[in-house]
Design a protein around this ligand. Structure first.
Ligand SMILES: [Zn+2]
Length: 475
């Protein structure tokens, strides 16, 4: 869908790398009618705007000047969530993973055998995620083909950028929630891929989704690996090394594999376009294998804390150059907002730093250039929520930051007191971003938003230049 070309003038936050982001108090950004960023000018004073529009031959294009409380930033990328688990968000926190699946989650997912239930639940999932600023999302649906088609339809209608997969599960699952054979599981997966590719969209894509090694026979994993090899453009998502009991059970089921990561690798499922959720208890040789294969990690700290899975050594992965993004993992995680995940990623990195104190091999004090065993800085948290997620999805040339040629997947954040968020609106500085300290003020406001903000502060959400959500969205 196309809209009119637009120019936005005002404050912009733009992630650069793991340690830096640009805070641009007065930027001018041109977006084409196809939703692509055509140009970006920094440090633009009011009297320079018209000259710059003329320079780009954009004088006739609609200009939107941002309010003094507002800024633009790239949309959030959620690299791991379960659309079919939203009905049981917030319950079952007393369990760890395997008991939680059996007692809470599998019974909920089984309800999606009924397509009417899918039609009832899935629209609110999309609305909730978009209102929280998620412009790209990687979804697990249930194992049901028809309900997953409905999720794809709803994602397409919403305008969100999405990867959608149906779970593959042919063993170690309840009798009422299991696929009849590997052949049926693969046939339904191929049917879903074909269906999603038939939709008139460039934003919604299929993704092969073996739930986790426990729920898949070796035969099924081999067939999914063959499917991925036959069509290498289809990415893969699965879980890895979330919980100690899960890891022990996995190794008992795949005795020929030395590690959990080796299970996926030996079945052709550990590739540059594989998204691995959790990675809480990886062995050093698994980290090396994941790095070699260039697979991405979805870091889901809210879920890992909630299900008592453990703390993730994200800093070590970043030091090794592994791709890392953030995931809500609803409903292991109880929040549908990447902001909450950012907050928990920060807290978890501090826990890791506490645990490392006094550790003989700790790298914490050795170098300022490493992340291992240290709290994650704000710039890193912002990067993981945006560019990091884009890299995990292999979308780094399309989204994640504001660069010429990328898609305008963006948020307008507002700290205007009218947003009624007491956590932020008490922080009143009406001078806006015009003064000498404007860059410092903008950086402070970003930090304030990341740690105290919520959907009330997300005024507008665009994907590919199209307004699809936010507090000011009436569609
Ligand atoms: Zn998950």
């Amino acid at each position: 869908m196309t809209t009119s070309a637009r120019v936005y003038y005002g404050a912009i936050i733009n992630p650069v790398d793991l340690r830096h982001f640009d805070a641009l108090p007065r930027a001018l950004i041109g977006v084409t009618s196809d939703g692509e960023i055509a140009w970006l000018e920094k440090d633009v004073e009011d009297h320079q705007v018209q000259d710059l529009l003329a320079k780009h031959s954009w004088s006739d294009v609609e200009l939107f000047a941002l309010d003094k409380w507002d800024w633009l930033m790239p949309g959030f990328i959620d690299t791991h969530t379960h659309a079919c688990q939203f009905p049981n968000i917030g319950i079952g926190q007393q369990y760890q993973l395997l008991d939680w699946l059996e007692n809470v989650t599998f019974p909920t997912e089984a309800k999606f055998a009924d397509t009417a239930y899918a039609k009832q639940i899935y629209p609110s999932v999309l609305t909730r995620l978009i209102s929280n600023g998620t412009t790209t999302c990687c979804y697990y649906a249930s194992l049901h083909l028809e309900s997953t088609k409905i999720l794809a339809d709803i994602a397409h209608a919403s305008g969100q950028r999405a990867y959608i997969g149906k779970c593959n599960m042919d063993r170690e699952s309840p009798p009422t929630y299991i696929e009849s054979s590997p052949e049926q599981s693969v046939a339904d997966t191929e049917a879903l891929i074909k269906y999603i590719r038939s939709l008139p969209t460039t934003l919604v894509h299929p993704i092969i989704t073996p739930r986790f090694a426990i729920s898949c026979t070796s035969l099924l994993l081999h067939q999914l690996g063959a499917l991925a090899a036959k069509d290498p453009t289809v990415p893969i998502q699965t879980h890895i090394s979330e919980n100690l009991a899960e890891i022990a059970f996995t190794k008992s089921l795949f005795k020929d594999c030395e590690t959990y990561a080796d299970v996926y690798d030996s079945h052709g499922l550990l590739k540059h376009n594989t998204i691995l959720a959790h990675a809480v208890h990886l062995e050093p040789r698994e980290i090396e294998l994941i790095k070699t294969r260039n697979a991405g990690i979805s870091h889901c700290p809210t879920s890992n804390l909630n299900l008592s899975s453990g703390s993730v050594k994200v800093g070590e992965m970043l030091d090794k150059g592994i791709k890392v993004g953030l995931g809500t993992d609803c409903s292991g995680g109880f929040a549908a907002s990447i902001l909450t995940v950012v907050q928990h990623a920060s807290i978890m990195s501090k826990v890791v730093s506490f645990e490392a104190r006094g550790k003989v091999n700790s790298t914490a004090s050795k170098s300022d250039s490493t992340f291992a065993d240290k709290p994650l800085p704000v710039a890193t948290l912002l990067y993981l929520a945006t560019v990091g997620g884009a890299r995990v999805c292999n979308l780094q040339d399309t989204v994640g930051s504001f660069e010429v040629g990328k898609s305008f997947d963006a948020l307008r954040i507002s700290l205007n007191p009218r947003t009624k968020n007491p956590g932020i609106s008490a922080y009143e500085d009406p001078s806006g971003f015009k003064g000498a300290d404007s860059e410092k003020l903008l950086r402070e406001r970003l930090e304030k938003f990341l740690f105290c903000g919520d959907d009330r502060n997300i005024a507008e959400v665009w994907v590919a230049g199209r307004l699809i959500g936010g507090q000011n969205f009436s569609g």
